[in-house]
Design a protein around this ligand. Structure first.
Ligand code: ADP
Length: 483
């Protein structure tokens, strides 16, 4: 009997394994030829020797290829979920920055259509949560891109509310609302089924009809339920609506008591520079997801990016792309970020390109910190605040950052007159702020404020003022300017 059970389990396990291998092979098999098609259509699009008719044909091939790629990705996602093979990949990540990035990306599309995209984070959002950042991003991008796609005038809104469940968890309620045509009553449930599309057929070619089906299943994997709330009443004055409102709630583990006030986090929307061309950034990281996040963040602000997956590719990328700055992951197989940067600094052509170390951990020993300071132009610890990264890049490239309307440009005027403590204390303060250790941070500032006849008083008072309002991200940014 036991042997029979064992055999049956083995067979089931093998069948699942085969299914999953088949899916990943199929994914590779389907995507590879499409890469070649899309690669060449891009090359040909820039080739002026083609006639306008040929160019228009190339454009159509490209658009169809992109649509096919979208379909393949969505079908594979859906079959993976249905085969029970989709697993959430969870990590600790910074929620405010993740949401800011998503809003920044969608802001461009909304602006292009003359729509107002508003972002309404609740007063308190957990700064660091444990979850699947890429999948949360996929759900929100899908809901927001639908909101923008189907709305012709008015607004789209992303609203997030966080409620503390206990010391370790927070309930996030997320709403995506728009003032578009809405969805008629009898289609309100059907649209969550694969390939179901409501309304005007003209809009259908833009999507796969799988986004909501996938999003609902992903939200279920996260322990929530994606729903379409009752349509908002039609507004007789503007004639807009009835609009849509999609919502879901998920419980997420929160790390420590680290709480940030989102509204005060400045959002970078662009930059100004004396150079005539966009600034070029080379992203070096062996992890695809890290590269995607950095690429989207940097491109949404107007930088040109290129990528390298290991140290060996960096030199080739420098030759081809001529980056103005390099973001270097330190932990890579074979040739790591240190060795790669050492090689760059020995090369007369590339030694002047600023290299920013992107690291998961601050080195604890003084010697290593010193070594890092000598080798790299600056460094940033993952997961990082987007504005901190932007500030580092701005400093190295001598560019001026442009912030969103609702945020103000950082006040740097008083910075000159502030005397800051030695680097060792700055690093300690930064680490305490980063991990949300407010009381230890205040302890440290009160000690520092008495040292050297009170010459650091202005510096410590600024941190204490921000700490009173619990503005951890701002404290981090403030200290970071002196690192
Ligand atoms: P796709 O957008 O690729 O067609 P989705 O599964 O994301 O597929 O959406 C399914 C259908 O639901 C859409 O085709 C559209 O008819 C409807 N829909 C989704 N979001 C909205 C929205 N915000 N406003 C109006 N209709 C929507």
């Amino acid at each position: 009997q036991k042997l029979k059970l064992f055999k049956a389990r083995l067979l089931a396990e093998n069948a699942n394994k085969a299914k999953s291998e088949f899916l990943s092979n199929m994914s590779h098999e389907l995507r590879t030829p499409l890469n070649a098609i899309l690669g060449y259509t891009q090359i040909f699009a820039a080739d002026e020797s083609f006639t306008p008719k040929q160019q228009s044909g190339i454009k159509t091939i490209h658009q169809s290829g992109e649509h096919l790629l979208m379909l393949i990705n969505d079908i594979l996602d859906l079959s993976k979920i249905e085969a029970g093979k989709m697993e959430l990949v969870t990590n600790d990540f910074r929620l405010p920055e993740c949401l800011n990035n998503i809003v920044n990306i969608m802001q461009l599309r909304a602006k292009a259509k003359g729509l107002k995209l508003t972002y309404e984070p609740g007063s308190f959002l957990p700064a660091v949560i444990h979850g699947d950042e890429l999948r949360l991003r996929q759900i929100l991008l899908n809901l927001l891109s639908n909101a923008v796609k189907f709305t012709d005038q008015g607004h789209c809104t992303l609203r997030i509310h966080a409620e503390t469940v206990d010391n370790e968890k927070s309930l996030l309620t997320i709403l995506v609302e728009d003032s578009g045509p809405g969805i008629c009553a009898d289609m309100q449930e059907t649209i969550f089924a694969p390939f179901e599309q409501a309304g005007d057929r003209l809009n259908h070619s833009e999507g796969t009809g799988l986004g909501l089906a996938i999003s609902r299943k992903l939200v279920r994997l996260m322990g929530g339920e994606l729903e379409l709330l009752s349509p908002i009443d039609k507004n007789p004055e503007t004639g807009q609506g009835p609009g849509c409102c999609f919502s879901f709630a998920i419980k997420v583990p929160v790390l420590g008591s680290d709480v940030a006030i989102m509204k005060n986090t400045p959002t970078v929307t662009g930059y100004s520079t004396s150079a005539s061309n966009p600034q070029k950034i080379l992203i070096v990281d062996d992890e695809l997801s890290n590269r995607i996040v950095l690429r989207d963040t940097l491109e949404s602000v107007g930088f040109l990016t290129s990528e390298a997956v290991d140290g060996y590719e960096v030199l080739r990328a420098c030759e081809r792309f001529h980056p103005d700055i390099i973001l270097m992951d330190l932990c890579m197989p074979e040739m790591d970020g240190f060795q790669t940067t050492e090689q760059l600094k020995q090369n007369s052509d590339y030694k002047n390109i600023p290299v920013i170390a992107v690291t998961a951990l601050l080195p604890s020993d003084e010697k290593q910190q010193e070594k890092n300071r000598d080798l790299f132009n600056d460094s940033i610890v993952k997961p990082f605040v987007t504005t901190t990264l932007m500030n580092i890049i701005a400093k190295q490239l001598s560019i001026t950052l442009i912030y969103a309307d609702n945020c103000h440009q950082e006040q740097d005027d008083s910075q000159e007159s502030i005397i800051c403590p030695p680097p060792k204390d700055i690093e300690e303060l930064f680490t305490l702020a980063y991990y949300g250790e407010i009381s230890a941070l205040l302890n440290k500032t009160s000690i520092l404020s008495l040292e050297e006849s009170g010459k650091y008083k202005q510096f410590t008072t600024r941190i204490e003022e921000l700490a009173e309002d619990f503005q951890l991200s701002k404290i981090e940014q403030f200290i970071d300017k002196y690192r």
